[in-house]
Design a protein around this ligand. Structure first.
Ligand code: AMP
Length: 397
């Protein structure tokens, strides 16, 4: 059996999946968390054997020890890594700047470049580097591949990625729109074409990746031409704890009038805004339940959420010069019928008509939720970023 191990590393945890590259199925997966704390935890599931999730509590000093804990999970609960032909380890990397246009085999030079790009993604890239270093120590004989969230969006034309500020200053500091969730937008837009049995090259698609982080992407013939996240994953749609679009002058105002420091403003917009800021709860499930029960604050917050999505749909219809497909994906997009329906409400004049019954029919698979009369086909497609990372890793080894 030929497999790829996919690693998504954060600063104090990492997720992993072992994927069979021929059947494209998950063989095993898990989460190593609370790295560096007194008591950490390693969770492992032998998916291929239909196994239950196995939890082990232990002290995990650093990512290298975390990898050892993951390997112990495989040894104890299977599948046995010794019986698998592991052909690559694929690492998710959030920020690839304007350098990495696609998946890249990791060398010392590439690792140094990823480290350098930390200035543009201080919360993410240093954590990825820790994961890559630990991975190379524990799996020295297989190629390690970096798959960047930003690569898919490097096809954006200059007018879409340029901020209207001093050109020399922007160039000096790498300030431009990069966009994120690239693996998801790529996977889902390709899956949409396949599902509809239509050539990708002919389709104009808007992908709405609505999870805890959220972004919209305009995909023309398989290529990203615009996306809502920017220099960092803060811009764009309203998210669980992130504000999305905001007048930058709000920051000057809060600094001058309320004495907020740069770090406090960073924390305010990234961690205390979005649905959390609007309602006191950043979990969409809770906000949805509260709104359905008549909570006026939750309802008002959702109206802000819908308004922002609708704005991007209209914007991207114009940028694409037409529209064939809208796809909902990620935690909220895949699971919430109410949010899908309300977000696209009032767009019938633009040829977008969600079918109430299809939208609420329960299913875990890819499905159509628009009416037969709708000019734009609206789909729900479960994203699979790990599979996309495995596919892209395989393509370059
Ligand atoms: P993700 O980041 O893709 O894992 O998505 C996480 C988000 O999806 C969280 O805010 C969850 O509350 C939300 N979510 C999951 N299931 C539902 C649901 N049935 N209704 C609304 N939101 C949901």
């Amino acid at each position: 059996m030929t497999a790829i191990l996919v690693i998504n590393s954060g600063s104090s945890s990492f997720k992993y999946q072992l994927i069979d590259v021929d059947t494209e199925t998950e063989l095993a997966g898990g989460l190593v968390e609370r790295i560096g704390e007194k008591l950490g935890r390693a969770r492992h599931t032998n998916v291929a054997a239909g196994g239950e999730r196995q939890d082990t509590n232990l002290t995990i000093r650093d990512h290298t020890v975390g990898f050892a804990a993951m390997i112990a999970g495989f040894a104890e609960h299977g599948p046995q890594l010794t019986e698998i032909d592991l052909v690559a380890v694929g690492h998710r990397v959030v920020q690839g700047g304007a350098i990495f246009t696609g998946p890249t085999v990791i060398t010392d030079t590439v690792l140094a470049q990823i480290t350098e790009l930390s200035a543009l993604a201080p919360l993410h890239n240093p954590a990825h580097v820790q994961g890559i270093e630990a991975g190379r120590l524990n799996f020295p004989y297989v190629p390690h591949v970096a798959v960047f969230d930003t690569s898919f969006h490097l096809t954006m034309p200059a007018p879409a990625y340029t901020y209207a500020i001093d050109t020399a200053l922007a160039a000096k500091h790498g300030i431009r729109r990069y966009g994120f969730h690239g693996s998801s937008h790529k996977y889902v837009s390709e899956a949409a074409a396949e599902f509809l049995g239509r050539p990708l090259a002919e389709l104009k698609t808007i992908v709405l990746h609505l999870g805890n982080g959220a972004s919209a992407c305009a995909v023309d013939g398989g290529k990203s031409i615009d996306t809502s996240m920017g220099l960092t994953p803060l811009q764009g749609l309203v998210m669980g704890t992130r504000s999305g679009d905001i007048d930058p002058a709000v920051l000057f105002h809060l600094h001058r009038k309320a004495g907020y420091s740069i770090d406090q403003l960073d924390e305010l917009l990234n961690k205390k805004s979005g649905m959390l800021g609007l309602t006191g709860n950043g979990d969409m499930r809770d906000v949805e339940v509260a709104a359905l029960a008549g909570d006026a604050i939750a309802q008002a917050a959702l109206d802000v959420y819908y308004h922002r999505i609708r704005g991007y749909v209209g914007n991207y219809m114009a940028q694409l010069g037409g529209l064939d497909v809208i796809v909902f994906t990620a935690g909220v997009g895949e699971n919430s019928g109410v949010i899908r329906e309300r977000a696209l409400e009032g767009l019938e004049g633009l040829g977008i008509q969600v079918d109430h019954d299809r939208n609420y029919a329960f299913s875990r698979g890819a499905r159509v939720i628009s009416t037969d009369a709708s000019r734009v086909t609206v789909l729900v497609i479960p994203t699979n970023e790990e599979l996309e990372i495995a596919r892209e890793s395989r393509a370059v080894i």
